[in-house]
Write a protein that binds this ligand. Structure first.
Ligand code: SF4
Length: 292
């Protein structure tokens, strides 16, 4: 078996996928809320090492259907290099159905339409994009290196050539002062891009609130539980999605929402209202009622 370079992360829905690390860390590594790769220096792994990792799974080649390319932003690699890796995966695993990776809107903007099409045709069909917020001010405060416009551009560029996106928004990431614009503009980004999958999670300050505040470019006041639900409610009210599979079931979410938007929008809004009005009756995770 292969030796992974820890820490290793993957989206929850890739739990049963083979993970191949083609880069280590994140080339950006600045987002205020993210501690995933702060212990790692960004490196593009040598091709022979990546190929050796893939070959290590030859005994299970027939069983491998999904591969997730790690770490933070493999799309920073040249298209030629990525195509060689995708080709190696395809020739090694005859039943491969899907290759996915994390991507940022800037990664996507730097690739031409032709390059993205080549990657898609070579098997890269799903991108996990941490939008975090659709609001440019919030994005500036959290040092995301994106704006409302670049996020929409990146997502629509990959969508136009057939790639699916799974996007994520962070409830509470902008603090109390920016909560309303965060909710509304995040909904607008989703409306403009109509992603295949969307999810929300709640801001978690892994190294403590003071550490997050120090990395947040501006004043940050944490949202309490009622404010978090109110922000989620406003976000949901502004969503106009046609067919997006929506999940808010990360461990950080106090209220679990699962369904398809738009058809389940009214049901979600009822669940959020119930959580605000009568938290004891809502489908809240145990232990969170103490926040009221
Ligand atoms: S781009 Fe992604 S992995 Fe990199 S620092 Fe930001 S959130 Fe973390």
């Amino acid at each position: 078996m292969i030796q992974y370079h820890e820490p290793l992360f993957r989206p929850p829905s890739e739990a049963r996928s083979l993970i191949i690390q083609i880069t280590l860390g994140c080339s950006w590594n600045k987002c205020s809320f993210c501690e995933m790769y702060t212990s790692k220096q960004f490196t593009a792994r040598k091709e022979e090492e990546v190929f050796a990792d893939i070959d290590a799974f030859l005994p299970y080649a027939d069983q491998i259907r999904r591969v997730f390319l790690a770490d933070g932003d493999p799309l920073v690699l040249s298209t030629r290099r990525l195509l060689r890796i995708l080709d190696k995966l395809k020739t090694t695993f005859p039943n491969l159905q899907r290759v996915s990776t994390y991507a940022s809107p800037s990664n996507l903007a730097r690739k031409s339409n032709e390059e993205l099409k080549e990657l898609y045709e070579a098997g890269l069909t799903l991108l996990y994009v941490g939008i975090e917020s659709g609001d440019s001010k919030v994005l500036e405060c959290i040092q995301k290196g994106e704006t409302f416009e670049t996020t929409i551009e990146g997502l629509n560029k990959s969508k136009a050539i057939g790639m699916n996106s799974s996007v994520m928004i962070i409830n509470g990431v902008g603090g109390t002062a920016l909560s309303e614009q965060h909710a509304i503009n995040s909904a607008k980004v989703l409306n403009e891009t109509q992603p295949k999958y969307a999810s929300t999670l709640v801001l978690t300050a892994h190294k403590g609130l003071e550490h997050y505040k120090n990395r947040f470019l501006g004043e940050f006041e944490e949202l309490n539980q009622v404010q978090l639900f109110t922000e989620l409610q406003l976000f949901m009210q502004h969503l106009e999605l046609e067919e997006t599979i929506f999940r808010s079931d990360h461990a950080s979410n106090n209220l679990v929402l699962k369904g398809v938007l738009g058809k389940d929008k009214e049901r979600f809004l009822e669940q959020i209202q119930l959580a605000l009005d009568q938290p004891s009756l809502a489908n809240l995770r145990s232990g969170f009622l103490k926040g009221f």
